[in-house]
Design a binder for this molecule. Structure first.
Ligand code: ATP
Ligand code: MG
Length: 437
């Protein structure tokens, strides 16, 4: 049931703070442990993101011990109190949750009520064995009521108890299972996998927004391709992203590097109009998918993604397309596409496009060189602006905009190499234009 040994030897500030909280609870006669993700991560040799404490003190008792100025009830219905403070001027906080069992689940997502309970019962209500571990930092021992250590050692992701029952309580656990298995490259325990497959339709009870939050973590992680295939294989994908069903065959998505990447970039790779190299027209040119924006809109709506994220994904699609084709384009056509940010991501996506299509890389190399200098150099102030045109006697109108754009392109492409040259050019153009302006 337990094993000995200091699991958290490094004394990070967060760990010191969590340790102090456990110590004060224990001094007052309560049981208190580190719980869940931090124990799992420490046993895997990873640095825990944050520390959660579980205790048999009730939320009122926790607030009484640490004082109302250092505590905030965050999940009152679930008995969770946030304790905050400072160590060496650094702000720290720890979630302190009272051991509990969950009551019945009638909405497929959250318990109708909770009841305070023992540590052992608290372990049983958690989702997966690897997430059901406790650690006693004072006695320095792991407390394992659910076989989590063995599953960690064997790299298996397994539901605690009957997987069908656990999934029917909270359907989100199906996505959490894929997320944790993918994050740690663990195998899904066959019974857990089977239960997900047979329960997959129930995922529709979970809000699109909550699904989107889970998929964001899955897709940003280096193991996204494995996870995507799992989601498809167990029947979840057709419910959570029917618009993206063809993505698993899209080479661009598969060509992304195995590293942490932002969701906007990953989505761009999934819906990019050139994302599938096999599809060629009669002249052996790639067929573009004209519906990529509509697909992206559908996904934004379904997962309730922000407009900012949508725009960022569009920027990645646009910019990567011109970068990938920049060998055939004038710099003045490429440069404006790089002014909306996401440049490194767009270059990366363009490189993946070239890799799957075996297009020449020279254009990208030139782009990279141009971008390697400060932005003022590759995006210099224009030599001619609207007031120059007015001074030269031109009235604002269609010609006005055209001349400005033309001057800008010529400046960027190096056909106008000084301001004087630009003004001379403008005068000559106006001379041609003015009569019929
Ligand atoms: P992460 O590093 O992603 O935060 P975590 O294990 O800390 O991983 P959280 O979602 O923060 O995951 O949840 C903390 C703990 O609460 C989990 O380790 C698990 O024990 C429990 N838990 C969280 N969500 C559920 C759920 N839906 N069903 C059952 N237990 C859950
Ligand atoms: Mg967590």
């Amino acid at each position: 049931m337990s094993s000995e040994g200091p699991l958290f030897p490094a004394s990070s500030i967060d760990r010191q703070f969590a340790h102090e909280i456990v110590r004060r609870l224990v001094d007052r006669g309560y049981v208190a442990y580190y719980a869940g993700g931090c124990v799992r991560d420490a046993l895997l040799g990873l640095t825990p993101k944050d520390f959660d404490v579980a205790t048999n003190a009730t939320p009122d008792q926790v607030r009484e011990i640490f004082g109302s100025e250092h505590t905030r009830a965050v999940g009152e219905a679930f008995g969770v109190v946030l304790v905050h403070g400072r160590i060496a001027k650094k702000r720290c906080q720890v979630e302190v949750a009272t051991f509990r069992t969950d009551g019945s689940y009638s909405d497929g997502r959250r318990p109708d009520w909770v009841q305070y309970a023992t540590a052992q019962e608290d372990a049983q209500r958690r989702d997966f064995t690897i997430n059901g571990l406790f650690y006693d930092p004072i006695a320095q021992r792991v407390i394992d009521y659910v076989g989590g250590q063995e599953d960690l050692a064997n790299h298996v992701l397994r539901a605690i108890g009957d997987p069908y029952a656990r999934i029917s309580e909270d359907k989100l656990r199906m996505l959490r299972a894929i997320r944790f298995a993918s994050r740690y490259s663990f195998a899904l325990d066959p019974a857990t996998g089977q239960a997900i497959e047979e329960s997959s339709e129930g995922i529709q009870l979970v809000s699109g927004e909550r699904i989107g939050m889970e998929l964001e973590k899955i897709l940003e992680h280096p193991n996204r391709l494995w996870a995507w295939h799992q989601l498809d294989a167990c029947g979840l994908l057709k419910h959570i992203a029917p618009e993206l069903l063809p993505v698993k065959d899209r080479e661009l998505f598969g060509a992304l590097p195995k590293e942490q990447l932002p969701l906007a970039l990953v989505l761009a790779s999934m819906i990019h109009p050139w994302g599938q190299s096999g599809v060629l027209d009669r002249d052996l040119r790639p067929i573009e998918d004209p519906h990529w924006r509509t697909t992206l809109e559908a996904i934004q709506h379904r997962w309730k993604l922000s407009n900012e994220l949508f725009e960022s994904a569009c920027t990645c699609v646009d910019a990567s397309s011109v970068i990938a084709k920049s060998e055939d384009l004038a710099w003045s056509q490429v440069q404006p596409k790089l002014l909306r940010g996401w440049v490194d991501e767009s270059i990366l996506l363009a490189e993946c496009l070239l890799a799957i299509r075996q297009w020449p890389i020279e254009g990208i190399e030139t782009c990279k060189q141009r971008l390697s200098v400060p932005i003022q150099v590759w995006n210099p102030p224009p030599w001619i602006n609207g007031s120059d045109l007015i001074q030269a006697g031109l009235r604002p109108g269609p010609v006005f905009g055209k001349l400005l754009a033309q001057a800008r392109s010529m400046q960027l492409d190096g056909h106008l190499v000084s301001q004087q040259m630009a003004i001379d050019w403008l005068k000559a153009e106006i001379g041609k234009t003015l009569p019929g302006q």
